[in-house]
Design a binder for this molecule. Structure first.
Ligand SMILES: [Zn+2]
Length: 162
């Protein structure tokens, strides 16, 4: 038997000296035009307006915004403003099970489904404890800036009690 693994002959491999923040732990979408076809949604949100897509062929309003209409498969879509006030349709508290890196989500926090009229959407409900809330409570849009791990300016939507 030949000895092919003496210290002198072994191939050397290396590992990175730094480990970058894993992209998989960044739960926010990349938001620029070269990264997503729904960048207009984020552009509008960054400017302070919640919007979504409406199909100009069948009038369906979608959330999240689409690039093809799921009702008629047409691609003639336009962005329309959504109301910033709505009602809490359902809610729950997150008490654990958070992935590493989500320090901003200190438990417990509240997530809910908000009825804005044209659409219902889920999101975090800030500035409220689970025990403070009831179904039907009025809530308002709250836009937050996302800090890192990309260099792009990013935003996201949440809601808070009125
Ligand atoms: Zn359509």
């Amino acid at each position: 038997m030949t000895d092919s693994s003496t210290d002198d002959e072994r191939e050397q491999v290396s590992v990175p000296s730094e480990i970058e923040f894993p992209r998989l732990l960044d739960f926010y979408d990349l938001q620029t035009a070269d990264q997503t076809q729904i960048h207009e949604f984020y552009d509008n949100l960054r400017a302070g307006q919640l919007t979504t897509t409406r199909c100009t062929e069948c009038d369906a309003i979608h959330f999240p915004p689409r690039i093809v209409c799921p009702e008629c498969t047409g691609d003639a879509l336009e962005y329309v403003d959504l109301p910033h006030d709505g009602e809490l349709f359902a809610f729950s508290a997150v008490r654990g099970g958070l992935p590493l890196g989500l320090r901003e989500h200190e438990v417990p926090y509240v997530v809910g489904v908000v009825d804005l009229g044209p659409v219902q959407l889920s999101g975090r409900i800030d500035d409220a404890a689970y025990s403070d809330l009831e179904i039907g409570d009025p809530v308002s849009l709250k836009i937050v800036d996302i800090d890192g791990p990309t260099d792009d300016d990013r935003v996201f939507y949440r809601f808070e009690p009125q």
